[in-house]
Write a protein that binds this ligand. Structure first.
Ligand SMILES: [Cu+2]
Length: 119
């Protein structure tokens, strides 16, 4: 058995279908103690993750959270998720709205998908 990884990443596509910009200022999930918004940047040839304070989407804008880019970082998993499990990911807006979506647990595509082992 591989050692239990207490952290994992969450991916989704966010579309702003509203007439106004939305500002995402935080995230949460039902399986982790903490969820942060991270982005990945290449620094001196290495992929490094950085925490973002938030993300703003203009009306009509789409943002894809994907390996190697912006993603949700699930920190302190409360149990070991298994591929196929359904969890819930939530985004917190500056307006104090919380938007949640079901998400399916999947095995990571590859160990290079974001370099989370260096976190
Ligand atoms: Cu991360």
């Amino acid at each position: 058995m591989p050692p239990f990884q207490p952290n994992s990443a969450g991916y989704m596509t966010i579309s702003n279908n509203r007439e106004t910009a939305i500002a995402i200022v935080g995230a949460s999930s039902n399986v982790s103690k903490k969820t942060e918004i991270h982005t990945t940047r290449q620094v001196d040839g290495l992929m490094r993750m950085e925490q973002l304070d938030g993300v703003v989407l203009a009306p009509g804008e789409r943002l894809e959270l994907a390996p190697g880019g912006t993603h949700l970082m699930l920190l302190g998993l409360e149990y070991r998720p298994v591929a196929g499990d359904d969890i819930e990911l939530c985004l917190h807006l500056v307006t104090e709205e919380t938007l949640c979506t079901p998400a399916e647990v999947r095995k990571s595509a590859s160990s290079s998908a974001g370099g989370h082992e260096h976190h």
